[in-house]
Design a protein around this ligand. Structure first.
Ligand code: ADP
Ligand code: MG
Length: 516
């Protein structure tokens, strides 16, 4: 594999990601997983608080989601895996150990393809483990408060081989991983809410030489910080190596105020975790039939979806950028898989459940064979644009596909002008009295937005005549050969008709009137 060169150095990166499993229950206890909105210490039970005598039981839902993620990442599922205790003492760990899969992880040997580069990043392994509680330090009282809500929530730790070569590639990997985990409902993958966190290992070396010593930057909670941390770390390591110093193997953090990495601990200080198999949890067996069943029910993955969209719609003028933007509308939303065993997107419920932007687009196109380029423009520019202006994220429930389709048809048939169409859209987004059953045509009639050309030619003629009377100076200027002035007269008509008139027709009518 040829490597990218940066100022004569090769960069080597490997990423360890922790993604919260999107299950209603925790990994080994029946307590509910928490949302950030839950008050502290309300979603835990005796197991999570590590009371003596409590026993753990693997939540099958977490296993199912781990299997889905593993298959989506092309891993080999281990028919036998097991759980180990990783010991350390910290206030956010009630039992004094975290249960993980150190010796025999659930899945190994996979890969994820970077969508734009088309290169494979090897996944070394995926393991299930417990999340910790949260400790919150109060500097005023100098006390640490513990919130057990997160304790025992299931995590997937996803470890890559050192296959990434730049901060940008690392960012692309993380985004592709998010998209994949979301597609199969395994995790929300939101870095800003902490449901996904990354540790990045960074080293640099001269071409032809062995890999350099790596430093691990812990707990990066946004792609932006990850890119910054990697680049800062490359600069730091380069400076060390150029002045003939070694890079000591360290665990580092990223300080987003100073915008630089700092040392947390050296390799010598690395804790001894005394891993040992958990005696209460047996061997986890997964049968070939179980694996096959999960495989058979795996939804379309982002890679395949992107390819399908390009193959289907590029011939109609839809660009790859359009498709990436469309797929991007789903980022951060929880659609399609609700984390339950069955897919929530069957045909019968399609109209009333929230569907992905991609499904929305395909539904609007398919029903009545609409022009895909026109439909995607409406969704990406008009609908998404207006939603952004209203500070709302895309959601298929805002305007059902049928109504957007009706609006698109009204404009395509010139019954409503494009500016009126946008006005209509705004009403549809903001008027609470409009229901999914409302007819868009009737709404356009009610709001007096049916275009004048399609209602009555005479109307338009008379408004243009009023314009000519109202603007004598402009008419004179136009007669004297100042052609640009016509825009002002057209503008007057458009304002008067509230955009219902077709600008081109108005222009022709005005010129005819002035000439005669
Ligand atoms: P450990 O057992 O210490 O956790 P691993 O072998 O699991 O180490 O590797 C941890 C991460 O570091 C992996 O993501 C791996 O790809 C990455 N990594 C390993 N060697 C290097 C290196 N020389 N430079 C950058 N990253 C590396
Ligand atoms: Mg490791």
């Amino acid at each position: 594999m040829s490597r990218l060169l940066l100022d004569g150095w090769h960069v080597v990166l490997g990423i360890e990601t922790h993604a919260q499993i999107k299950s209603r229950q925790k990994l080994f206890s029946s307590a509910s997983t928490s949302l950030l909105t839950h008050p502290a210490n309300t979603t835990f039970n005796a197991v999570d608080a590590a009371f003596p005598g409590t026993l753990l039981k693997l939540n099958p839902k977490c296993l199912l989601l781990a299997l889905r993620a593993s298959l989506a990442l092309n891993c080999d599922i281990q028919r036998r895996s097991s759980f180990d205790r990783k010991h350390y003492f910290y206030s956010d760990l009630p039992s004094g150990y975290q249960i993980t899969q150190h010796y025999a992880p659930i899945a190994t040997n996979g890969f994820l393809t970077l969508p734009t580069l088309g290169r494979k990043v090897r996944i070394k392994q995926i393991q299930m483990e417990q999340d910790t509680a949260k400790s919150i330090f109060d500097p005023r009282t100098r006390t640490s408060l513990i919130d057990l809500n997160r304790a025992g929530t299931g995590l997937l730790e996803i470890v890559t081989e050192p296959d990434l070569q730049s901060a940008d590639e690392a960012a692309e990997y993380v985004r592709a991983l998010q998209a994949t985990l979301r597609a199969v409902g395994a995790s929300d993958g939101n870095m800003d809410t902490g449901s996904m966190r990354c540790d990045v290992n960074v080293s640099i070396h001269r071409p032809g030489e062995p890999f350099g010593t790596r430093c691990e930057i812990k707990n990066l909670n946004s792609v932006k910080f990850m890119i910054a941390a990697i680049n800062c770390e490359i600069v730091r390591q380069k400076a060390l190596l150029m002045s003939s110093c070694n890079v000591p193997q360290e665990t580092r953090g990223f300080d987003h105020h100073r915008w630089d990495t700092y040392k947390l601990r050296s390799k010598e200080d690395a804790p001894e975790y005394r891993y040992m198999p958990d005696p209460n949890l047996g061997i986890l067996h997964v049968s070939e039939a179980q694996i096959q069943q999960v495989k058979d029910n795996l939804p379309a993955l982002p890679d395949a979806l992107r390819k399908h969209l390009i193959d289907t719609y590029e011939p109609f003028g839809v660009t790859q950028i359009d498709i990436d933007v469309l797929m991007g509308l789903d980022t951060g939303r929880n659609i399609g898989y609700d984390g339950e065993d069955n897919i929530s997107l069957d045909e019968t419920t399609r109209q009333d459940t929230d569907v992905s932007a991609v499904t929305y687009f395909e539904t609007v196109c398919a029903d009545k064979n609409r022009d895909p380029k026109n439909v995607i423009n409406w969704i990406l520019h008009s609908l998404h644009g207006q939603l952004s202006a209203l500070d709302k994220a895309f959601n298929s429930k805002h305007i059902p596909p049928r109504q957007l389709g009706e609006l698109i048809d009204l404009v395509a048939s010139n019954s409503v002008t494009r500016p009126s169409g946008k006005l209509l859209l705004r009403h549809m987004l903001t008027d609470p009295s409009i229901t999914p059953e409302t007819s868009v045509r009737r709404l356009a009639v009610k709001l007096n937005l049916i275009s004048m050309s399609s209602s009555s030619e005479d109307d338009l003629q008379s408004v243009c005549m009023r314009a000519v009377e109202a603007l004598p100076d402009e008419v004179a200027a136009l007669r004297a050969g100042h052609h640009n002035v016509v825009n002002k007269i057209v503008g007057w008509v458009m304002k008067e008709t509230r955009g219902r008139a077709d600008a081109k027709t108005v222009r022709e009518t005005v010129i005819d009137l002035v000439k005669s």
